[in-house]
Design a protein around this ligand. Sequence first.
Ligand code: HEM
Length: 488
Amino acid sequence: LAWLLGRRRRREGEPPLIQGWIPYLGKALDFRLDSQAFLKNNQEKYGDVFTVYIAGKYMTFIMNPLMYPSIMKYGRQLDFHEFADQVAPATFGYPAVGSGRFPEMGDQIQRSFRLLQGENLVLLAECMMANLNLVLRQDFLGGEGERGAGVVGMGWSTGDLYDFCNSVMFEATFLTLYGMPAPARRHSDMATLRHHFTKFDDMFPLLVGRIPIWLLGRTKAVRETLIRYFLPQRMMCWSNTSQFIARRAEVLEQYDTLSDTDKAAHHFAILWASVGNTVPATFWALYYLINQQEALQAVRNELHQVLKLPEAQGPQQPEVIVSKEQLDQLLLMDSAVNESLRLSSASMNIRVAQEDFSLRLDEERSAPVRKGDVIALYPQTMHMDPEIFTDPETYKYDRFIEGGREKTDFFKHGQRLKYYRMPFGSGSSMCPGRFFAINEIKQFLCLLLLYLDLEMAQGQEKAQLDNSRAGLGILLPTKDVRFCYRIR
Ligand code: HEM
């Protein structure tokens, strides 16, 4: 009753307010059930901007992508890091960076993100290529690994597609960022690490939703095991560590107030950031291509043209190396990857208002915002808007290419959109690993298309998106699908 009596009242000029009747939760359950439909319904009822009470927070959703550029301009009043600093410690188990105990750590961490970009990508791409070849050839293409041995000369093999993408991308990304026990050697316990990671990842939406970890069964123990993997004395023994991770380790070493376990927890958080989205994104990129053989063939043809290779390139040939420069020329593949990201991404962009102020939405409209309120963009509704993308439910591998160039003009209400694809977030908090991520997905596709014939197994249902992590990034499939592969 106290909650009902003390509920917020909408002030003059503020966006429509939707509070629900359940104390604290407000509309959280409706939102979780199907966020996309919930937001679309409210947009129809209340217009492009409305405030919803969700799990103790007032969240103002901006539904019109033409308004996004205005929102991005409020770097000072609308802060991302305050929110991240509340969520990340509870999720990954390290003390809040902005707590005042670690002067300048936040800035140093931000600066380290440059090591994932620009010219640093050349070396990262080179390492990733070598590691993808190492894992793929040993495990799946007749190398010395257990699974590989059976494949050569046996025609078609079958496998679970998500599991396949996960095992290859998880390990190759890990080796590229964190390094290896000795040059060209793999960590012996990678399958166990991946198993624990998956257990943790299953609980990720609940942790981000602030469910205390002690309520989540063995999750705390699993997280501790994962964190121990990154203790400084272990990481010191790894070679070929990327400059990005090496720099982060240096930054963390500067703070005596961090225990070794805290430092390890920071490294673990980066493992989540680097594979938590990349693995499902890789799955969808490959899944859609295999499902549409015409798309697969077109992307493969482009690859052969760029690499100037003969038609078939089996793995018995010398390893294929695709350079960063060649990757950049694969525009059709780029389009196909971006199209699968459009269909599978559901990340919410969140900012916290640092003061009461009037938020300018476009030339004519503005909305008063209160300090502490959350401003949220939900780009999935834009990605699925039929006015912007015709047949938005349909996978069109060449949607983002026109006349041999990247297509960048997409419209809403007759106006050209500045932002039309946002799987990596926006503005100041945009994913610093986005270039590396797209590169590694393309590299993975390159090797598979060159080495293997790929088909879906017959007689199974299409993969569906699992909405349980809506708002948090790339959605996983509800269940795995079978695929067939054969060396070309
Ligand atoms: C943050 C998406 C891959 C490192 C983010 C955010 C999104 C995102 C949506 C939050 C942005 C915001 O709220 O505005 C993705 C997707 C990926 C991917 C879809 C793969 C397809 C990677 C990779 C790395 C990485 C490979 C590292 C190598 C990070 C980091 C942050 C972040 C460190 C936090 C940035 C900060 O604190 O300012 N990512 N990401 N991501 N991502 Fe990614």
